[in-house]
Design a protein around this ligand. Structure first.
Ligand SMILES: [Zn+2]
Ligand SMILES: [Zn+2]
Length: 394
């Protein structure tokens, strides 16, 4: 994949792949990114940067200061892997059973380290400052929020923030920069339905939580089909259900877990109440009781129009205007949204799919892998966006 511009030093490009493969072989899940953050801190120190470690347990912060005064921009990479067993058979496959970089956060960490190296090299000509934020626990939620709580946006407060995600829905060589809402708000629900157990042959002597739960699953779909405008984006997915121990026993209780995702702020505000009304209503119909846990993960990831325009300009320089998409949206969520709620910025999607090489598996799939030619593209786009924002374009 040839890009239109490549200002990255040759050693930086080589390191992008080497670091990504090293991290890929040693995946660490939420708030346990000890080895990963150790490597990040070590590499940043080797660049002569002052490094703050232990932010949000395993997060790392460092600042590249330009020679001239100016604005502060925050660049963020997430570092965590997923509890998935890798099914790929590459030389750099995960060496940890049951853990895998199946979302590409190894790529993000490697890209930001590459960008850091380039920025340090350019520091004499740089205006302002760049805060590098390596955060833990994007997948389980709470990483970005905890980094913010522990000072990631303080002293001085960044004027803008940028991050990126490698993107398997986009072919290598394409970059997605969406104006406004880009990724959905994410809620997780857990419901325990309690009835009265008994013999399967005498259901009238029991209160069956399984039939109740089944009705709930169906009724909850009306949040999307009847509770929201047909033009609104809403997803309700029940993803886990558990009940019972034998074919002839009506169990005491049944359990489910799942997620609701929306874009619209009004719908988001109303969701917990709407959800609870349906669940309690169905439970009452069947004479069951319920316990509900409704956990709010992320609000929508919303790109600032001016920052998106800047990122789009940078991306067009790297991959050509015809390869920059402005229509990418997903019901997936991102905790970078927590930063974007406080600081105007943009989250960029960097195409990483390559069908010709069989690199087609989606995020969180056990055979997820990217075309690593996306790494220099991501680094170049992030670097140029930063330079444009600080007013030190090459
Ligand atoms: Zn993910
Ligand atoms: Zn991710």
């Amino acid at each position: 994949m040839k890009t239109l511009v490549n200002t990255l030093a040759e050693d930086t490009v080589k390191e992008l792949v080497a670091v990504r493969r090293d991290l890929h072989q040693h995946p660490e899940t939420a708030f346990e990114e000890v080895r990963t953050s150790g490597i990040v801190a070590e590499r940043l120190r080797a660049l002569g940067l002052e490094v703050r470690t232990g932010v949000a347990k395993t997060g790392v912060l460092a600042t590249v200061r330009g020679a001239r005064p100016g604005k502060t921009v925050l660049l963020r990479a997430d570092m965590d892997a997923l509890p998935i067993h890798e099914a790929n058979d590459t030389p750099y496959r995960s060496r940890v059973d049951g853990k895998m970089h199946a979302c590409g956060h190894d790529c993000h960490t490697s890209i930001l380290l590459g960008v850091a190296k380039e920025l340090v090299r350019e520091a004499p000509g740089l205006k302002g400052a760049v805060r590098l934020c390596f955060q833990p626990a994007e997948e389980s939620g709470g990483g970005a929020e905890t980094m913010i709580a522990e000072g990631a946006l303080e002293g001085p407060r960044p004027d803008a923030a940028f991050g990126l995600h490698v993107w398997q829905d986009l072919d290598l060589g394409q970059v997605g920069v969406t104006t406004g809402p880009f990724m959905a708000a994410v809620d997780e629900f857990t419901v325990t339905v309690k009835g009265k157990g008994g013999h399967a042959a005498m259901p009238h002597l029991s209160v069956d939580p399984v039939v109740c739960l089944a009705s709930m699953v169906t009724a909850l779909q009306t949040i999307a089909s009847r509770g929201a405008s047909p033009f609104a984006e809403v997803v309700v997915s029940v993803t886990q259900m558990r009940a019972g121990t034998a074919f002839n026993i009506i169990p005491e209780s049944a359990w489910m877990n799942g997620t609701v995702r929306v874009f619209d702020p009004g719908l988001w505000e109303a969701l917990p109440g709407h959800f609870e009304r349906i669940v309690r209503g169905v439970a009452a119909t069947f004479g069951c009781t319920v316990e509900i846990d409704f956990h709010r993960f992320n609000q929508p990831t919303v790109n600032d129009p001016a920052m998106a325009a800047l990122a789009r300009e940078a991306a067009a320089e790297v991959v050509g205007p015809g390869n920059v998409r402005d229509d990418i949206r997903t019901m997936g969520g991102e905790d970078f949204s927590a930063i974007l709620r406080q600081v105007p910025g943009c989250f960029i999607a960097v195409g990483s799919r390559n069908a010709a090489r069989g690199l087609v598996h989606g995020h969180h799939h056990p055979r997820f892998d990217v075309d690593e030619a996306c790494l220099p593209i991501g680094a170049e786009v992030l670097l140029r966006t930063t330079q444009k924002y600080l007013g030190t374009s090459p």
